[in-house]
Design a protein around this ligand. Structure first.
Ligand code: HPA
Ligand code: ZN
Length: 334
């Protein structure tokens, strides 16, 4: 018997597609593209996934992305993600991608976006999973580089719905990206940003006030600032929380110490997401089931988390109604 947590229909809003590159696929693509990986085997690579902080992870994550070179590589990557989360009852996903990780090593913007778009289309047609793409700027690079990246992506404007901000947070506050986010706003794109993962609550304020974001990715450090919590609750700014990521990157020592229950008690629109599941040891169901066990979440809280994600998504009202009906059906069978 599968549990309610497993059966629950899900919406994933914080997922880096490059972070779904499983070691087996990394080796297969390395072979296909003639890339030599600095690991002898899949097991040796997996053994290296022991991170002390975000930067430790990012070093391996950017290195792994080197095997992604051709349009079909990006297609295979995203298609593997969709087939995997189909088993977890994910019905809608908003995927982050990091174009600078690829364009800076000579891969064309169109190669990345067209490969990912083809997988999204197939997921809709064959798996009934709706999805969209969100272009993330790397915050360890300059504000000008972000603006240029967005300009380079505008010929593919119809294929992505928003922009985000990721990579090393501490020392890279959001304000440097004001121009890129203003340009995105003028293009009618949605805006989100990682903030308050390792960085302080001030970075969440900055994302709201300087970048005008509609959602905060992570945001778990908001509880250090009561005024900020008030604002996030009053404006229903969603937080895309990633529990297994937070324990792997030592934001919390143990899942049982995660502040997800306190975020919900504060009335925040918190959601559960997997972030970089190939690196953090779990896709959506692993996150839901392990949170339920470690934090003692009730079925009602799990349902609330699923409904928060529907509310927080960038789909239209008709699709939201379909997703809510799907959660309702699963709850009746609980
Ligand atoms: N934080 C910042 N940058 C990232 C992450 C993350 O969790 N995953 C991939 N890039
Ligand atoms: Zn992330």
């Amino acid at each position: 018997m599968t549990s309610f947590a497993e059966r629950l229909p899900k919406v994933e809003l914080h997922l880096h597609i490059e972070g779904t590159l499983e070691p087996e696929l990394m080796f297969a693509l390395a072979d296909r593209n003639g890339v030599t990986l600095p690991y002898a085997s899949v097991d040796a690579l997996r053994a290296a996934y022991d991170f002390g902080n975000l930067q430790d992870f990012l070093d391996l994550y950017y290195q792994g992305a080197n095997v992604l070179q051709k349009q079909e590589d990006f297609f295979d990557l995203a298609w593997a993600y969709f087939t995997r989360v189909h088993r977890d009852n994910v019905e809608h996903a908003e995927l982050f991608f990091d174009p600078q990780t690829h364009t800076d090593r000579g891969v064309a913007m169109g190669t990345v976006i067209e490969g990912l778009t083809a997988a999204c289309k197939k997921a809709d047609e064959e798996l009934n999973i709706s999805s969209s793409l969100i272009l993330c700027f790397l915050r360890h690079l300059s504000g000008d580089a972000a603006v240029q990246t967005l300009r380079d992506a505008l010929p593919y404007r119809e294929h992505f719905i928003g922009v985000g901000l990721d990579s090393a947070e501490v020392g890279n506050p959001p304000e440097r990206f004001t121009e890129a986010f203003d340009l995105a706003g003028a293009e009618g794109l949605h805006r989100v940003a990682h903030a308050g993962e390792e960085g302080p609550p001030e970075y969440i304020w900055g994302a709201l006030d300087a970048l005008h974001v509609e959602r905060i990715d992570h945001g778990v450090r908001c509880l250090e600032d009561a005024k900020l919590v008030q604002r996030l609750a009053a404006e229903r700014i969603p937080l895309t929380v990633c529990p297994l990521s937070n324990t792997k990157l030592r934001v919390f020592d143990d899942l049982s110490q995660h502040n997800l229950p306190r975020l919900l008690e504060a009335g925040l629109c918190a959601t559960i997401n997997s972030d970089d599941p190939a690196y953090f040891g779990g896709y959506m169901n692993d996150n839901f089931v392990q949170c339920q066990q470690a934090l003692g979440l009730s079925d009602a809280q799990l349902r609330l988390l699923a409904e928060n994600a529907i509310e927080a998504s960038f789909v239209d009202d008709a699709r939201k109604a379909q997703l809510r009906a799907s959660v309702q059906r699963a709850s009746e069978g609980a």
